[in-house]
Design a protein around this ligand. Structure first.
Ligand code: FE
Ligand code: CA
Length: 534
């Protein structure tokens, strides 16, 4: 796989004692396996001591006008000994290049166990590269498990907001709490749900299943008609266009607060590129039009530039994003990519927006949603996981839904999701059945659901599916439960689902936004479910 040129900066212990290596990866010490590209950083301490107070690195020079941290900070992909720290230098977010010149910049970072940085665990430099929108992805190692850390970035006279993050446990089955979230189209409302998540000190992490941006045209749905939440750029078709969409949402203070308070596990769905796209083409409603392949490459890069992603930068050939996350002995999460490798949804000649009646093509046993490599990885993983809980995190509904018009007798399905790929769903369902305490988590639908997985496609109950509704995207309120007895709960609202996982049970609290156009709207628990472990 071709790798972008990277520059590594090593620190040998104190602020004055660092050396810069410009020639690529060879200078990395053998003990360092962090490979975030294009920029990558090695941490100073090889002794893994987190009790020694270390000096901070001096802030590198910065001669660009304006606060470079306008898009905030974020952390993500925590492990038991590491977490990815993110920022992007963008003093002018309305500019596709963030108002930054075509230069490399060093950025200093500090990690501490206290909010006022009295005890520095690590301090170092990372490189912000013009070719990647001056995004920074730092991967400090040697952190302690199940520990809260604070971090910040510095350049010139500027210090970023302080972020807080938390590593995963290395072992044991202590409770793990996270917010399950999806779909944050700003055009349909404010981010009160993110403010609520930011204020919840109990959370260990956030799982976002996709639709972080939307490619749709600018529209104003605000009750005041003031256009305050409308997209300020046209449907994106190139890198500049996608960067503008990310920069717009990332200026929201509530989203910034959520990112700076909890580590995120982020997956993409379709709208990060274009509605209902598949491996080689767009869906039936294609806002931007134009060459799909170059759009996909640009969209994946812009996604990476704006997420605390552990994976290296995407290449032209694609981006492996499916991965598993182990939380001690308590749970293993399998996050899957249901767009990048998918066959074209069936029956596009008879369906509208991929909602249509079943057809012969749908039942083709060779049709794939995940691609051969991913489905093999997933089914092997589900079968062999040794954690107490095994969770499939699917960007779209797994359990299936007969979306016939209420009162009619002709079944209809969302054919771009699992209902369009029933043979492959059988393979995954079989592996889920063999897993320890399986549970499916999902998003995308813009409604809150609890479903039984299995009866929707001809099986006994295999496990529950917890589907979070949209943070802000327009809810789908049509109630299909009459034709779907495996739907145990349905509300077309906005909000998210808080999950509390213990060895004994999996609790799901559905939190609902009272007024989607009030950025300070309260949320309330509208339903709670407890799924006992077997
Ligand atoms: Fe969505
Ligand atoms: Ca979606």
């Amino acid at each position: 796989m071709p790798r972008p040129v990277s520059r590594r900066v090593f620190l040998a212990g104190a602020a004055s004692a660092f050396a810069v290596a410009c020639s690529g990866d060879d200078a990395a010490p053998a003990s360092t396996t962090t490979t975030s590209l294009p920029s990558s950083t090695t941490i100073l301490n090889s002794t893994a001591s987190t009790t020694t107070t270390r000096a901070t690195v001096a802030a590198p020079p910065f001669d660009v006008a304006g606060n470079p941290f306008a898009l905030g900070v974020a952390s993500g992909e925590p492990l038991a000994d590491s977490v990815v720290l993110w920022t992007r230098l963008a003093p002018d977010p309305a500019d596709p290049n963030g108002g930054m010149p075509d230069q490399l910049f060093d950025v200093a970072y500090d990690i501490s166990t206290d909010a006022d940085f009295a005890t520095i665990v690590s301090s170092g430099l990372d490189v912000a590269d013009f070719d990647y929108a001056h995004s920074v992805h730092v991967e400090p190692g040697n952190l302690e498990p199940a520990t809260t850390y604070f971090y910040r970035f510095r350049i010139g006279e500027y210090t970023s907001p302080t972020g807080r993050t938390r590593t995963l446990p290395a072992e044991g089955t202590d409770a793990f709490r996270f917010a399950l979230t999806t779909c944050q189209d700003p055009q349909f409302g404010e981010y009160a749900a993110w403010a609520d998540i930011a204020a919840d000190d109990e959370l260990d992490a956030v799982i976002f299943t996709g639709d972080y941006i939307y490619e749709l045209p600018p529209l104003d749905f605000s009750p005041e008609g003031d256009g305050r939440r409308a997209w300020t750029s046209p449907p994106p078709s190139d890198l500049a266009g996608f960067r503008l969409r990310y920069a717009q949402v990332k200026q929201d203070p509530s989203l910034q607060a959520a990112h700076s308070t909890h580590p995120f596990f982020t997956m993409w769905d379709d709208h990060e590129i274009t509605d209902n796209y598949w491996a080689d083409g767009p869906g039936q409603f294609d806002s931007a039009g134009g060459d799909f392949e170059s759009r996909r490459v640009a969209a994946y890069q812009a996604w990476w530039e704006h997420q605390p992603a552990r994976a290296p930068a995407p290449t032209r050939s694609g981006h492996r994003l499916h991965r598993s996350v182990r939380v001690g002995d308590l749970a293993e999460f399998y996050l899957i990519d249901t767009r990048q490798f998918a066959d074209e949804p069936p029956c596009r000649d008879t369906s509208v927006f991929d909602l249509g009646e079943g057809c012969a093509e749908r039942d083709d046993p060779d049709r794939t949603l995940l691609g051969e490599e991913q489905v093999a990885w997933l089914t092997d993983g589900l079968r062999s996981s040794t954690a107490r809980w095994t969770s499939l995190v699917s960007p779209s509904m797994f359990a299936g839904l007969d979306a016939r018009e209420p009162g009619t007798d002709v079944a209809k399905y969302y054919l771009e999701a699992w209902d369009g790929y029933p043979a492959e769903r059988e393979r995954v369902a079989e592996a889920l059945s063999a897993a320890a305490n399986p549970i499916v988590l999902s998003g995308d639908y813009h409604a809150s659901f609890v479903l039984d997985v299995g009866p929707g496609f001809g099986h006994d109950v295999i496990c529950p599916e917890v589907m979070a509704t949209a943070i802000s995207s327009s809810p789908f309120a049509t109630d299909f439960t009459a034709a779907n007895p495996h739907v145990k709960y349905f509300v077309g609202d906005n909000g998210y689902t808080k999950c509390t996982v213990t060895a004994d049970g999996w609790r799901a609290d559905y939190r609902s936004v009272a007024d989607i156009w009030d950025p300070a709207s309260p949320l309330e628990d509208v339903a709670s479910f407890e799924f006992p472990a077997r």
